[in-house]
Ligand binder design. Structure first.
Ligand SMILES: C[S@@+](CC[C@H](N)C(=O)[O-])C[C@H]1O[C@@H](n2cnc3c(N)ncnc32)[C@H](O)[C@@H]1O
Length: 509
């Protein structure tokens, strides 16, 4: 990677980022070519850059005809055309649709498509050739993949290195659907170590292997390091892969479950969380500096308490799993920012100076305030009895909001549906357990760097135990544990372990 590092330093970071110039690990490139190019008479790399794929293709299959596309003249000048391939210095997405290839190997740019200036022209071109209209919210790499699938010959093989997010995000669903319908997916290899793949970027990564040969199942591999590729013969089932039959492959399901052997079928008595609860985002103010208050700020700005509502603005302020009024009062005395401006037109005269100051600072022109009427009023959301952190590094953070105060988007709000309202403490206790969280986590998005993000809908669609199955005796025990947790939050780990043990038998098939 020495030349690649010198190249990366010779151009601006903006140049690298805007063209997605992140170089494939050589072992990964060799593996992809060894499968795809072995018997191919023609090989295409749609995003050639340093020509690493074309080099391995030539090494593996010296007689194949090579074609590369590369939009950037600078990178071509630096690396040259070492294989003498037919190199097209133009936009892959707009050119050469009519050509078919026996092998297509690629690490496409991962940029957001919204950032591409001529995106409508690209979407029109894709529509013209495939008959499918993709949204401009998709990602550039998926459009590369769609075009390459179109250009793959009937006997051809395609290997694409793309972010694993594709398998678990909504924007990947349409392409997954096409891959399933055409029975193209031969295998997925997922790399668990986000830091290993690129020297100048951290991202989740997987390789998709596609061909047109009729097949009954796809193989899913999860590797903890690139080194494991050395022992993997494409695609024998001995290497701990999971074989998923095409009848079970679903486009709208997160494919993570196939990779991590956490298949939900391993559990019994699951129902969608949305059956018992509904999850929405917390309050979005559009200008936290303006709308959020501590007591001292309220004093200095002369905002009366009747115009403020209690609201958690930072998840770090909530330290214990059961947050009650005493916890709130402690934060208030410590002058934490835990109040939210909640005023109506009738309050205008009491707070006119503060509102006028906001207008001078342009707060009324910001997107969210400008959508409200009057702009300084707040969206109305009832306090939720349970909160869950919207992003997490180490485990999910569920909080029982016994103080019944509001929260900003730092937490998602979990409302328990009316017929199950009496079960709120029990549902909360279930969510605290490692078992419940590992079932929910199948619906998360991994953003690289270990950060996991949950959209409210990921949670609504995730599964939980059907809590109506609990026996009266177990319900009693759960509530006892809940009260002990309230009295002594220090016992959190041992109490959640006890809860876990109690729920396990219900989830066993
Ligand atoms: C992720 S790099 C891959 C480089 C090399 N093939 C590798 O795998 O190490 C993507 C390459 O695609 C090029 N590229 C970006 N947009 C392109 C486009 N629309 N058409 C053709 N090439 C493009 C970038 O300049 C960059 O060299």
């Amino acid at each position: 990677m020495d030349q690649e590092k010198i190249y990366t330093q010779s151009v601006s970071p903006q140049h690298i980022k805007s063209l997605g110039q992140y170089f494939t690990n050589f072992e990964v490139a060799r593996f992809m070519c060894s499968w795809a190019c072995e018997k191919a008479s023609s090989v295409l790399d749609p995003a050639a850059g340093n020509s690493i794929f074309l080099k391995y293709a030539r090494e593996i299959n010296p007689r194949c005809a090579l074609t590369g596309y590369e939009i950037d003249e600078k990178i071509l000048l630096f690396f040259g055309n070492p294989t003498g391939a037919k190199m097209e210095n133009c936009d892959y997405l707009l050119n050469g649709w009519e050509e078919k290839y026996e092998a297509i190997v690629c690490n496409p740019p991962y940029n957001k498509f919204q950032a591409i200036p001529h995106r409508n022209e690209i979407l029109d071109s894709i529509y013209e050739h495939t008959g499918v209209r993709y949204s401009s919210y998709t990602n550039l790499y998926l459009l590369f993949l769609i075009k390459s699938i179109y250009q793959l010959s009937d006997s051809g093989r395609l290997a694409y290195l793309i972010p694993s997010e594709f398998m678990n995000s909504e924007y990947g669903t349409a392409v997954k659907q096409m891959i399933i319908e055409k029975r193209l997916l031969r295998a997925v290899i997922n790399f668990e170590n986000d830091h290993e793949m690129f020297f100048n970027a951290t991202t989740t990564c997987c390789i998709l292997f596609l061909n047109h040969i009729p097949k009954t199942h796809a193989s899913f591999y999860n590797l903890s390091s690139v080194e494991e590729l050395q022992d993997l013969k494409p695609f024998d089932s001995s290497h701990g892969c999971i074989q998923v039959s095409y009848d079970r492959l679903r486009a709208d399901q997160k494919w993570r479950s196939y990779l991590k052997q956490e298949a939900l079928s391993a559990y019994a008595n699951l129902k969608p969380i949305s059956e018992f609860c509904y999850v929405t985002r917390g309050i979005a103010t559009g200008a936290n500096d303006f709308f959020c208050f501590s007591l001292s700020k309220a004093g200095k700005t002369g905002i009366p308490m009747k115009c403020l509502t209690k609201c958690i603005c930072h998840s770090a302020d909530v330290k214990s799993p059961i947050f009650d009024s005493a916890d709130f009062e402690r934060l208030s005395s410590a002058d934490k920012t835990i109040y939210l401006l909640d005023a109506s037109e009738n309050d205008y005269h009491d707070i006119a100076h503060y509102i006028e100051d906001g207008v001078k600072k342009g707060v009324n022109k910001k997107f969210l305030p400008s959508c409200r009427n009057p702009w300084y009023s707040m969206e109305h959301r009832e306090p939720a009895p349970i909160w869950v952190s919207s992003a997490c590094r180490k485990g999910m953070k569920f909080i029982r909001n016994a103080a019944m105060v509001k929260s900003l988007t730092t937490f998602h709000s979990v409302y328990v549906r009316t017929p199950y309202a009496d079960n709120t403490d029990i549902i909360f206790c279930y969510f605290l357990t490692p078992l419940a969280q590992s079932i929910i986590r199948e619906n998360r998005k991994e953003l690289g760097n270990g950060l996991e993000k949950f959209q409210p809908n990921d949670l609504n669609q995730a599964k939980m135990l059907d809590i109506t199955l609990l026996t009266p005796k177990d319900r009693e025990t759960i509530l006892e544990i809940f009260h002990r947790l309230k009295e002594d939050p220090q016992q959190f780990l041992s109490l959640t372990e006890q809860l876990n043990l109690l729920f396990v038998p219900y989830l066993q098939p």
